[in-house]
Design a protein around this ligand. Sequence first.
Ligand code: HEC
Length: 104
Amino acid sequence: MVKLGLAALVATFLATLTFATVAGPGTADAAAPCKAKKIETKFLADACKAGGQKAAKDVMKKAMKDWKKKDASVSCASCHSKVGGDYPKKPNAMKDLTEKFGVK
Ligand code: HEC
């Protein structure tokens, strides 16, 4: 009886752990919205709407493959002073994105 109680306790503990892992920070990250107060391009607004900041990051990464054909030296750091957090934009960021790379 004592053994059984312990097993049940362990099972409950494990279940809690599993639940915490599934519903924990990972999920919160995926759903974290974009940080910018105003998203100006449709390209990014759509991504932010669909999958929050993570989707925005993915879409930027994918698009950058195309941008590299126009300017091989382009990187996240060309437009963002910090790659992470709220992705602060450099003064050239919006102009480069829309004019140089033709993003709408
Ligand atoms: C040509 C310039 C440029 C490059 C290169 C670039 N970005 Fe961006 N990024 C922008 C601009 C401009 C915005 C804001 C666009 C808007 O408001 O529609 C933005 C927005 C974002 C956002 C949304 C931030 C938020 O939460 O509001 C993320 C995430 C992001 N960029 C990630 C990246 C990553 C990762 C890379 C590299 C793979 C990258 N960017 C490369 C110009 C660029």
